[in-house]
Design a protein around this ligand. Structure first.
Ligand SMILES: Cc1cc2nc3c(=O)[nH]c(=O)nc-3n(C[C@H](O)[C@H](O)[C@H](O)COP(=O)(O)O)c2cc1C
Length: 380
């Protein structure tokens, strides 16, 4: 059974700490990382009885594409822990499970195309190098990506202290002792062509001291709504702003021409003490007010989490750590097994709730624990 817990445990056992922590770690004291999970426990699912539900459909439509489940693989720059091949594997695994993926800006789209896999949704960070940003948009367009995710939650990197403690560099460079502690990894390192993935990164984006220095050097740290509008003008297709937590930003995104937003606390990796994304979802849904699609990620590990997100108004969810562990430990088949498990869990949950179609999930399907919501401070 490839549940999240099982594959996370597998990754923890098999991979050197420096690689596992680069995926598992959060910023500062990892408050948001924990919150992202804990918040789901404070949402209850309400079963309805005797509703004659025989078959359950988990299918959704997103910008003209149909997916068997409302679960996508979210963007993640993971060449350094799983190799460039991981992206092709992720696409293959997701396609086999009837859903699709959003790719990282760091992903060499042409390399994936060489593997014969059509890229799906593309992902972009705003870079200091505007020409490179434009080139990435043009490449995504040329390769036929059907939507673009612009992540605005990383003008600088989060303060991930596990990475500091482990001496993680950007890009990741393993030391002999890291490998010796996990001999299994050595085979992985060689077979997944990790050395080359890393080598490519070293040439293109040399690290300058700590991991966050490198990000600051590459990302446009003073990014603004004008930059989003600049992308909007260039990109011909659905555009989604990722990293939204404030309802005002959700509203501003659709007003600036985005077709959707992704409510996300970046898996707890960026601003620590940010709320769990699922906690802010209802406010963002209300602010977007049907003018765009609202997706959510951060902390999704179970079918019940997906059902809760849909009941709170999300059109779909994205996975982060879950798919990364799956590809690190099982390649394309690992991805398919994880997504198939989630499909089963979502369908089973809905059946137990007496809901036959995801479109019928709504406020009546859930209750929130009273007194735990974020409240605004009264104006002074
Ligand atoms: C190792 C790793 C790399 C990531 N890289 C990116 C990235 O390049 N761009 C981005 O928008 N989000 C990135 N994310 C964040 C994910 O897209 C997603 O928002 C987050 O992981 C969801 O939370 P979860 O891991 O709890 O599911 C990354 C996450 C991880 C774990």
């Amino acid at each position: 059974m490839d549940t999240y817990r099982a594959i996370e445990e597998r990754a923890r056992r098999r991979f050197p700490r420096i690689a596992f922590d680069a995926v598992a770690g959060g910023a500062d004291d990892e408050v948001t990382l924990r919150r992202n999970r804990a918040a789901f426990d404070d949402i209850a699912l309400i079963p309805r009885l005797l509703r004659g539900v025989e078959e359950v459909s988990t299918e959704v439509e997103l910008f003209g594409q149909r997916a068997r489940t409302p679960v996508l693989l979210g963007p993640a720059g993971i060449s350094v822990v799983a190799g460039n091949r991981a992206f092709g594997e992720a696409i293959r695994g997701a396609t086999a499970a009837g859903t699709f993926t959003a790719l990282s800006a760091f992903l060499p789209l042409d390399a994936v195309a060489r593997e014969g896999e059509p890229p799906q949704w593309a992902h972009l960070y705003l870079l200091r190098d505007r020409d490179e940003t434009r080139r990435r948009i043009e490449t995504a367009q040329r390769r036929g990506c059907s939507a673009l995710i612009l992540t605005a939650a990383a003008p600088v990197n989060g303060n991930r202290e596990r990475e500091l403690r482990n001496g993680t560099t950007f890009p990741l460079q393993l030391r002999v002792r890291d490998v010796l502690r996990r001999p299994w990894w050595l085979g992985e390192y060689l077979s997944r062509d990790l050395a080359r993935s890393m080598g490519e990164r070293v040439r293109r984006e040399p690290a300058q001291g700590g991991p966050w220095d490198a990000v600051r050097k590459i990302h446009l740290s003073g990014q603004s709504w004008d930059d989003l509008r600049w992308v909007r003008e260039m990109w011909d297709g659905p555009l989604l702003l990722k990293g939204v937590l404030a309802p005002e930003d959700g509203a501003a995104a659709v007003e600036a021409g985005c077709e959707g937003v992704i409510v996300s606390s970046h898996g707890g990796r960026q601003l620590d003490s940010a709320p769990a994304a699922i906690e802010m979802l209802p406010e963002v849904v209300a602010a977007v007010a049907g003018r765009g699609r609202v997706l959510v990620d951060s902390g999704i590990t179970r079918g019940t989490d997906v059902v809760k997100a849909l009941a709170l108004g999300a059109s779909a969810v994205l996975l982060g750590k879950a798919w990364i562990y799956a590809v690190m430990t099982g390649g394309a088949d690992g991805i398919t097994r994880l997504l198939t498990q989630l499909e089963y869990e979502i369908g089973n949950t809905m059946h137990l709730m007496g809901v036959g179609d995801v479109a019928d999930l709504g406020p009546d399907s859930i209750r929130l624990r009273a007194g735990r919501a974020w409240e605004r401070v009264a104006p002074r």
